[in-house]
Design a protein. Structure first.
Length: 95
């Protein structure tokens, strides 16, 4: 999962540093993440993992590091049967 998150951050976050070299707990905002880019990042994460970030997670801290993003996605997918995720609001096998 972390490598998928790194790839999405690399493509959508427009950081001023290479995400490959960032520690899991490195501050993505200090690495150049802007508010606008965080929205693009969130949308890409939702598409990849088949989740929707609820209002309570729409805050800076959730998208502040690779580790916090991973924790949020793990929380959103907890309890789903293996190999399944929420796709367009329906429980479905991962493509």
């Amino acid at each position: 999962m972390l490598e998928d998150i790194r790839a999405i951050v690399k493509e959508h976050a427009r950081l001023s540093v290479d995400v490959v070299g960032l520690a899991e707990d490195a501050d993505l905002y200090q690495a150049g993440l802007t508010s606008h880019a965080s929205v693009n990042l969130m949308l890409a994460l939702e598409d990849k993992f088949g989740v929707e970030f609820p209002d309570r997670m729409l805050r800076r801290g959730v998208f502040g590091s690779l580790a916090s993003i991973k924790a949020a996605i793990e929380e959103l997918t907890a309890g789903l049967p293996g190999g399944h995720r929420l796709c367009r609001g329906q429980l479905a096998p991962c493509p």
